[in-house]
Design a protein around this ligand. Structure first.
Ligand code: NAD
Ligand code: ZN
Length: 358
């Protein structure tokens, strides 16, 4: 069976296009609702200039997303409940403005406003049955591809796994490169390396096809222009935003690989961010992605990034086992990277040995 991939309904791209948000949202407004909710990354809490540009009307309000930690099912449930408690009416929309974490929270909350129970009940594939409230994603960091993907990655009580469904996909994305301009260099780099690694894993995987290859090759080329060439920062931000989108489109029709499988385990136990964990893991994967790891190290050096070392030094055996458990359940990732026979190549002890080097 071929994947019948659901795309985001509408996309606007360009410097300053955030100013069009009011007009875009006016088409969604109804008389019977609690207004539109802007779920904004808490990073912008004190940025009055930016907050003043959010087109609040009527009962609209801003809720700041606390993304100190990556999204949990518990936090999604809490946010959803607080919106339900506010009024018997649903909002006309949930607009996620922030990095991958905030966009994922916006997706998850929009789904849980119309689907009963806890977000943890829906971690998996196609478990969501009722369409979400209208939701839009507006990235302020580029790399994850969360703006285009059909998942929202959540840490739950027992697993770190996305709510993967066609209903998860945003109705609208607003891609304004001006919004990523002020991200600190390290954060910008780690989030962008998520994109570089999406491409590397897609291009070298056994699930590769022309759809995924076309997007990944262009995305890779853009990553190289941003992190290996000299040039204007604004132009680079435009490129990075497109790289993220194309990387997301590539893996949507293929899959990620060894780095992501291990990174999920590492970030679950160490409570560190996805982009950072990916970078730490990728640096130890010469055996699987030799040319890409070497190019990645070149990017690390050229951009003066100091990768953390020895993160797993003081972890217990039980924690190593937990990391291996989380990684091993991600079967499609292993199969993409190593083929159908992956279990004979990637054993639990091999995984633990790799983790011990990080
Ligand atoms: P993030 O959203 O976790 O944010 C990282 C930090 O940067 C936070 O402290 C945030 O407040 C801050 N920040 C956000 N925008 C900023 C800006 N413009 N300037 C300065 N600081 C800013 O980072 P991320 O790397 O974009 O996203 C990682 C998350 O995305 C993880 O939770 C991961 O699981 C998820 N993810 C989702 C998908 C998907 O397809 N849904 C894919 C990959 C990753
Ligand atoms: Zn990723």
């Amino acid at each position: 069976m071929f994947k019948n991939f659901k795309l985001v309904d509408k996309v606007v791209f360009g410097r300053g296009c955030f100013n069009q948000l009011d007009e875009i949202l006016n088409h969604q407004r109804t008389l019977k609702s609690q207004g539109i909710i802007f779920l904004v990354d808490h990073f912008f809490k004190k940025n009055d200039q930016f907050l003043a540009r959010i087109p609040l009307r009527g009962n609209d309000r801003i809720i700041f997303a606390d993304v100190t930690n990556e999204p949990t099912t518990f936090y999604v449930d809490e946010l959803t409940q607080s919106i339900k408690n506010h009024s018997n009416l649903l909002p006309d929309g949930i607009i996620g403005i922030g990095g991958g974490s905030t966009m994922d929270l916006a997706k998850a909350v929009s789904l849980m406003l119309t689907n009963e129970g806890s977000a943890a009940d829906y971690q998996g594939w196609d478990l969501i049955k009722v369409p979400a409230v209208y939701h839009a994603g507006i990235p302020t960091l580029s790399g994850t591809g969360a703006e285009v993907s059909r998942t929202t990655v959540l840490t739950g009580p027992v697993k770190k796994l996305g709510i993967n469904s066609d209903h998860t996909v945003f109705n609208q994305m607003v891609l304004d490169p001006e919004l990523i301009a002020d991200a600190p260099d390290e954060q910008r780099f780690y989030t962008a390396m998520d994109c570089y690694i999406h491409n590397a894993e897609s291009l070298t995987g056994t699930f590769l096809n022309e759809f995924s290859k076309s997007f990944a090759e262009k995305s890779m080329d853009l990553c190289r222009q941003v992190f290996l060439e000299n040039g204007d920062r604004a132009e680079k931000d435009d490129k990075l935003m497109m790289a993220s989108l194309f990387g997301g489109l590539s893996i949507a029709y293929s899959q990620v690989g060894v780095c992501h499988a291990l990174s999920y385990g590492l970030s679950y136990v160490l409570k560190l961010r996805h982009g950072l964990c990916n970078s730490v893991v990728f640096n130890h994967l010469d055996a699987y992605y030799p040319t890409h790891v070497s190019e990645f190290r070149h990017m690390v050096d050229k951009n003066h990034i100091s990768l953390p070392q020895n993160l797993t030094e003081s972890l217990s055996e039980a924690q190593f086992d937990k990391m291996a458990d989380i990684s091993l359940v991600l079967e499609p990732l292993w199969e993409n990277a190593l083929g159908k026979d992956w279990k004979s190549i990637m054993t639990r002890s091999k995984i633990k040995e790799l983790f011990s080097k990080m």
